[in-house]
Design a binder for this molecule. Structure first.
Ligand SMILES: [Zn+2]
Length: 180
C-alpha cells in the first residue's frame, strides 16, 4: 500500500497546541483541527508521516511550531527517557518517564504472531502506555527523539528504534541533522 492508496480512506486532522489552548480558554467554542495529508508510509515499519501544508497553516495558526530533533545515538541501558503523548483529545502533553530496559529487540522476538509482517526493531522501556498514544515520541535527557511508540504489553512499552526511524526517514528523502 502507498500513501496515495491510504489517502482514499484516511483523512488525518491535526490539532496544534495553540488552538487547543484557544479552546481551553474559551476563544474557540469547539476544537478546531487542520486537515493533514499522508505524505509517506512504511507498512513494514508501522510508520506514516502526516504533512500539514503551509497555506493551510496560514489560516489556522500563525505561531511557531518548533520541530523535534533526533538524537545521534540511543541512550544506554537504565538511562532515563520520557514519552510525551496526547492519548485522547483534551489530555494534551501527558508526560511519563522511565528507563531503557533494552535498546533493540527484533519484533519477531516479541510478537508471537507478526500478522502484519513488520520488520523493525523495537526499544523496550519500563513505562506503560495507552492505545491512543501510538506514535508518541520518546525523548532522551536532552529532549531529542530516540523512538516512536509502537505498542505495549501493560508493563513495558515498545518504541520503533532510532535506527529504523533514521533509515525510513532517509528512504523518504529526509537527511537528519545530528544535534551538536
Ligand atoms: Zn499552533
Amino acid at each position: 500500500m502507498t500513501a496515495w492508496d491510504l489517502s482514499h480512506f484516511y483523512e488525518p486532522h491535526v490539532l496544534c497546541y495553540h488552538r487547543e489552548l484557544d479552546h481551553q480558554n474559551g476563544h474557540d467554542n469547539v476544537r478546531v483541527f487542520v486537515r493533514g495529508w499522508v505524505a509517506f508510509l512504511s507498512c513494514e515499519n508501522d510508520l506514516l508521516m502526516i504533512r500539514v501544508t503551509q497555506p493551510h497553516m496560514e489560516g489556522y495558526c500563525q505561531q511557531d511550531h518548533q520541530p523535534l530533533t533526533f538524537a545521534s545515538s540511543f541512550p544506554r541501558l537504565l538511562n532515563d527517557v520520557v514519552m510525551v503523548s496526547w492519548p485522547e483529545v483534551g489530555r494534551r502533553l501527558a508526560a511519563v518517564s522511565g528507563e531503557v530496559s533494552y535498546p533493540n529487540r527484533h519484533i519477531d522476538l516479541l510478537d508471537e504472531v507478526n500478522v502484519f509482517g513488520f520488520t523493525m526493531e523495537l526499544s523496550e522501556v519500563n513505562i506503560t502506555s495507552e492505545s491512543g498514544s501510538l506514535g508518541a515520541p520518546l525523548l532522551d535527557g536532552e529532549g531529542n527523539v530516540v523512538g516512536v511508540l509502537h505498542g505495549g504489553n501493560g508493563r513495558f512499552s515498545f518504541f520503533i528504534s532510532l535506527g529504523d526511524l533514521r533509515e525510513v526517514l532517509n528512504q523518504w528523502g529526509f537527511i537528519l541533522a545530528v544535534p551538536a
